[in-house]
Write a protein of this length. Sequence first.
Length: 356
Amino acid sequence: MEKLSVIIPVYNMSKYLEKCLDSVLAQTYSNLEIICINDGSTDNSAAILAAYAQKDPRIIVIHQKNSGLSITRNNGIRRATGVFLTFLDSDDFINPETYQLCVPLFQLNVDVVFFGCKVVTETNAIKWDSDDDYYSVRQDGLVELTPQILLHENVSSWNKVYKTAVILEKQIYFPEHLLYEDAEFYWKYMANAQKAYFIQNKLYNYLRRNNSIMANTFRGTDKAIDHLRVLDNVLAYFGLNIKYDDFMKKLAPQLFESYFWFSYQHAIPEKRKDILQFSLHIIDKYRLRQLFPESKFIKNMVDKKYHKYKNIDEYSFAQKIFSIKKMQFKKYVYISGFKFELERKKYKKLKSLLDN
């Protein structure tokens, strides 16, 4: 069996690191190169890595000054010598049979293997209602990849096994100094993949911590705009070569709308104008209005008709003079800068029935 490189970024994870490493050493697939990159940890992580490296020669420890997750993973990619490559976060752990199930499937001439994920919550951490749906694997078995299939799978980097040669040849790396970096890696790699094998078994155990990046994102963050910056990078990559035209034509409008809402809804209020401005920049840069005239969302963004969307509280001067925003049960009417709240008929009818 060919060698698999497992890249594990480590930053102040001494509380979880041993469980993570034990889960890799317990793999029934033994031809592993376990690359642990210590990203300037200030806790006991370096000592734990040293002890494990002494115990098993497959563990390679690299120390670097604190540089962030993307740079750390990229350094791991450059160090990898395995035919195949995968990622594992140092607060997560995997089932013993994970790599034994995945690696042999490449004999079927696939470019990537997907596998399921179980969300494990730390004490006081929130497990979102959408977790099980988002991290589920929707396909099963050998599948010819299409943009629409890929659109409905999660973009996490760690519940997949890749071909190292594709990553190096196509220069697929994580964006430095940006959050939500997995999305960029996902779309760039998948644009170069034709076939995949999907394993629905939940082999990866993802720990939801109370102070994780995603937990903080859902509370509101000034870094939410990074999701749109990642989209900017992805669209630029799609435009590099005519072979990616299918991705651009079939995905650009949906990705733009999806990434806009993720950014806008999770941004702190004072950063939302920046997101609207950057959205217009993306539309103009990639001529999305001209390429996708059927997209009402893109058209409304260009025309700044934000009042059409209940979640956008941004109005032009003319809209403040007069505009109407329809909600499910209410209407908001702006007249000469004053806001009036009116109950809609269906709400009045429902209220009347309940009162009776």
